[in-house]
Write a protein that binds this ligand. Sequence first.
Ligand code: PEP
Length: 244
Amino acid sequence: MSDACKLAAGNWKMNGLRADLIEARALAESCAAMSCGVLLCPPATLISAMAEAVAGSKVMVGGQDCHANVSGAHTGDISAQMLADSGARYVILGHSERRADHAEQSADVAAKAQAAHSAGLVAIVCLGETEAERDAGQTLDVVLRQLRESLPEGAAAANTVIAYEPIWAIGTGRTPTLEQIAEVHDALRVNLPESAISLLYGGSVKPGNAAEIFAIANVDGALVGGASLKAADFGAIVAALDAA
Ligand code: PEP
């Protein structure tokens, strides 16, 4: 754990209906006494309702993507300003599923992060290698290049969080060794534009492995997919982070 702010961020991906807001309310109750940051990023359809459901609690709400422009002819897209207007305070950008499904490049991610900053949102910028890149010994090259190319001018601790998410660990139940996570986070820390930027680890974080991951020196929290959908699981991960 470094001096950067601790954050447990949940990514609901394309999951969740209004009935599932009960999980957000339960999380808000269970996290009331925690001092670390707690964030849920539901699908855009739920941002406004979730922000209302957890109003006055520790739980903050974020989006999962935004357009680089403020407004215009971009059917189906959502601007950073719209997310902020709906009650979001953060936005996940450059998730590997967006990079794969929508061919997002690091330059696109940097433009979106710039838009997020202009709208007053904190951008959670995701980086991570494929399994083939890890096997080829290219992990640090890939991740540090993504870091350089995905951050806009002015990225700082107040407006940016980095999430290291090895693509092969997302949703697979597989995780890197603690040494492998430490190696990447140590390299990221010394290459950040501001060393107090929070560094999250993401990829199959569960209640059972959270404490050992949060004990790594340069891990400031987690970006959690599947285990963020249920308040009991995510609450246990938040508690592990709070205790770290
Ligand atoms: C993610 O989607 O960012 C993620 C880390 O997913 P999971 O926790 O399910 O591996």
